[in-house]
Write a protein that binds this ligand. Sequence first.
Ligand SMILES: Nc1ncnc2c1ncn2[C@@H]1O[C@H](COP(=O)(O)OP(=O)(O)OP(=O)(O)O)[C@@H](O)[C@H]1O
Ligand SMILES: [Mg+2]
Length: 298
Amino acid sequence: MARKIAFINYKGGVGKTSLIVNTAASLAKRGLRVLLCDFDTQSNASIWLMRLEKWNKINVNGTGSIYSIFDPGNVRVKDLIIKDVVEGKDGEKLLPGLDLIPTSFNLVDLEGEYKPDPKRPSYAIFQEQLAEVEKDYDVILFDCPPNILRASQNGVYVAQEIYVPSNPDALSLIGFTLLIEKLMRFQQTSASFRTSTMDAAAQVYGIVFNSIKTNVDIEVPKMRMQLRLNQFKTQKRGVAPSAKIFSTQIRDAMVVRRAVTLGLPVILLGQEGGGDDDSVANDYMKLAAEIIDHAPST
Ligand SMILES: Nc1ncnc2c1ncn2[C@@H]1O[C@H](COP(=O)(O)OP(=O)(O)OP(=O)(O)O)[C@@H](O)[C@H]1O
Ligand SMILES: [Mg+2]
């Protein structure tokens, strides 16, 4: 069965999307079959991987966007998957094994306009449909906005694992604390929809520090995060016993910002991405390896 991992923190701008896109690419480069689902209306991951021109086509009328499984509700998750999404200028496949379920701006309507059947919330619809394709993947990743409103609920509901991207600052710690509070509340309200064939509800398995500047000592924020993690573990509040701060941290590097403009994950930027042992591209590859080793059953 595929591992299902949501990347989420209640703090915005910590690097959730950058981390998930580059991690997804690194996992695919290692030969895993990866599906990335974009649950953020901002559509950053979709635009990054599809490039603006192609993404614009789905944004015009929403056809092909994840929202269409809810409204008009006439397509299924399996019809939305863009296989081997990363392409070169001539349409050549640059990273086989990385698939995408894109979103467009219409996903915002899930928060207001969409009137779900109280007996069948949107996340139950998504769960049922994702189950049809799970066997095709080793890892399914969910990029979420900094909240657990309806769009993110889809990812949080089906995920087994939650990773919390963080910056070494107090606001990321607050974001993590708020995340646990909201996660607990959502799991209470969604519990009655879970069936016996489903995995257990998601727990936090990892904190990943991102955008770390050279020569900046992050021991104190790291220690504070570890204390909070331990506290939630003891209280059995949404944190798995094996949860940890990943030893791989992602350095702050200009090329991460540039990669968005180029429409490529950092590991495909060759020389520009660094590519050697001391580069941000290598940080992402190391993180992918650490994620593989940190599977819940091990
Ligand atoms: N390792 C890094 N080095 C340099 N810049 C980075 C790094 N990671 C992310 N960034 C930059 O930080 C900004 C925020 O990143 P990103 O969009 O990934 O955050 P986010 O948490 O997904 O934001 P949101 O909450 O809006 O979804 C972007 O401009 C991105 O390019
Ligand atoms: Mg984002």
